[in-house]
Ligand binder design. Structure first.
Ligand code: ATP
Ligand code: MG
Length: 235
């Protein structure tokens, strides 16, 4: 893994260790990669030097990043912010602390923690903030609640993704999670545009599509939780 990341407005303020956000869940398909991409784009748009780390053997984040590079080489994609992404095996999580030259690292973890559970727990302990995405489905909630007990409690937050705030299942899931841990005050709604954007290397925040306010709010939440607010002139 390279330490060299390209600079941005905040590069000169990055002499200290970067903040590390880990997006983890015991279940596949709950939005880990989607939240990671959204946070990375919002952070870069705000002028922070943010780098993505993909730990998923399916290379979702890395594939999205290469699609994004293709977009950025076209006239329509020329205004997209650059989002550097690198790969790291989950068992090598300690190497995150060797990353320098950036303000923020956002880590996309693997689909099911399975045999990697000990490394994922250690990774979460090393993190400054852990986001645990879940849908409102009782099947997902049932798995994230015990998972959270294993990860550093005072810095981990459930994030309701693909949410429909008007449904009873959403209210029930939120209530159940509030009894088990801290629930992020920002929910990400189910957005039609999201699945299609993967192959184009985009997020809803790139072209201010529906849902960009939700991702912007999630980024602001993360920024304040990390104490990053005010560190970038562009923020
Ligand atoms: N808020 C949302 N609205 C609509 N679709 C979403 C939303 N979040 C995620 N998706 C879609 O759901 C699918 C799974 O999302 P994603 O790949 O981010 O989950 P994941 O937890 O990273 O999955 P995996 O465990 O396989 O790595 C993708 O097709 C994604 O586009
Ligand atoms: Mg993923």
């Amino acid at each position: 893994m390279s330490n060299a990341v390209d600079g941005g407005p905040a590069a000169e303020q990055s002499a200290s260790l970067p903040k590390v956000v880990v997006v983890a869940a015991p279940k596949g398909g709950v939005g880990k990669s989607t939240l990671t991409m959204g946070l990375l784009v919002s952070a870069r748009q705000a002028g922070y030097v943010a780098v993505g780390v993909g730990m998923d053997p399916q290379n979702s984040l890395q594939r999205w990043s290469s699609f994004r590079e293709q977009q950025r080489s076209t006239p329509q994609g020329a205004d997209l912010v650059n989002v550097p992404v690198t790969s790291l095996n989950v068992h090598d999580y300690r190497r995150l602390r060797a990353m320098t030259g950036c303000d923020l690292v956002v880590v996309d973890t693997l689909p099911g923690v399975g045999e990697a559970i000990n490394s994922v727990i250690s990774l979460c302990e090393l993190a400054d903030l852990v986001l645990i995405p879940t849908s409102s489905s009782p099947m997902d909630v049932d798995q994230v609640v015990p998972f959270r007990k294993n990860v550093a409690g005072n810095k981990s937050w459930f994030v309701l993704n693909s949410a429909n705030r008007r449904t009873r299942s959403f209210q029930k899931a939120k209530f159940g999670m509030q009894a088990a841990g801290r629930v992020c005050p920002i929910e990400i709604p189910k957005l039609e545009a999201i699945p299609d954007q993967f192959l184009r290397g985009l997020t809803v925040s790139d072209k201010s599509e529906a849902g960009c306010e939700d991702f912007g709010a999630l980024w602001n939440f993360v920024r304040y939780e990390l104490g990053l607010a005010g560190r970038s002139q562009a923020a």
